[in-house]
Design a binder for this molecule. Structure first.
Ligand code: CMP
Length: 235
């Protein structure tokens, strides 16, 4: 990839938003952009860490598997997100599998260059810490969701979050999820089976809560979905 384009893509990531032009140029020189195909593995649980990645384009899924082979998708990461920081920072093997949900371009920075940038650039170090805090918040929300909500509540939370709805300040009319998600992926994100998700979406569609379109899913009755996402505290 052309060096100037790489610098401008890296600069769009929140991790490098405050970086000086010399830092961006040095990172673009030290790192490399790599294209991954849909379905290609970026890193697998247990791998030795060699560096971290920033998503330049596309989308990757972070997953964990139970001993019985059941998968839960921990997160879906798009442009600007960082991955692979955990093993680089704690020196342990990779903590999860990362697989491309679509063709993606990732920027790779070696462990030595990451450590150097963290030592020399407090803004970069702070943005990595902020990203780790956001990740921990999201992981806490996922634990809470799987522990205390039934599948209907979990799915309501997921579709609202994918549509960018703030449950404390829901929009008046319908909202759409702007990218199509396979039902299997929705299921893996809430630790449910694809069949259960399919049944639930049909029930909601029948009751006028959602509508499936060629582009994806439209949430027609956001208030009802917010109500369902709050769940039953007695579960
Ligand atoms: P690392 O352990 O090096 O390799 C796998 C990566 O997946 C990990 O770093 C994080 O970047 C990412 N990851 C692990 N757990 C989560 C999570 N719960 N949410 C989002 N990303 C995660």
């Amino acid at each position: 990839m052309d060096r100037d384009r790489l610098v401008s893509l890296i600069a769009q990531s929140p991790f490098f938003a405050n970086a000086a032009p010399e830092r961006l140029a040095a990172l673009a020189e030290a790192g490399r952009a790599r294209a991954f195909a849909k379905g290609e593995t970026v890193c697998a649980t247990g791998d030795a860490p060699d560096g971290l990645y920033v998503v330049l384009s596309g989308r990757v899924l972070v997953s964990s598997f139970t001993a019985a082979g059941k998968e839960i998708v921990l997160d879906s990461l798009t442009e600007g997100a960082m991955l692979g920081e955990m093993a680089v920072l704690d020196g342990e093997p990779r903590s999860a599998d990362v697989v491309c949900a679509q063709a993606s371009e990732l920027f790779f920075i070696s462990k030595a260059d990451v450590v150097r940038a963290l030592r020399e650039d407090p803004d970069f170090a702070l943005s990595v810490l902020a990203a780790l805090s956001r990740r921990l918040r999201a992981a806490n929300a996922l634990i809470e969701s799987v522990s205390f909500h039934d599948i209907e509540g979990r799915l309501a939370r997921l579709v609202l979050s994918l549509a960018g709805v703030d449950a404390d300040d829901p929009p008046e009319g319908p909202v759409a999820i702007d990218r199509p998600y396979a039902q299997g992926e929705l299921a893996r994100r809430i630790a449910a089976s694809r069949e259960k998700v399919n049944q639930q979406l049909r029930r909601w569609a029948g009751a006028g809560l959602v509508e499936t379109t060629r582009e994806g899913l439209r949430l027609l009755d956001v208030d009802a979905l917010v109500e369902l996402s709050l769940g039953d505290e007695d579960l």
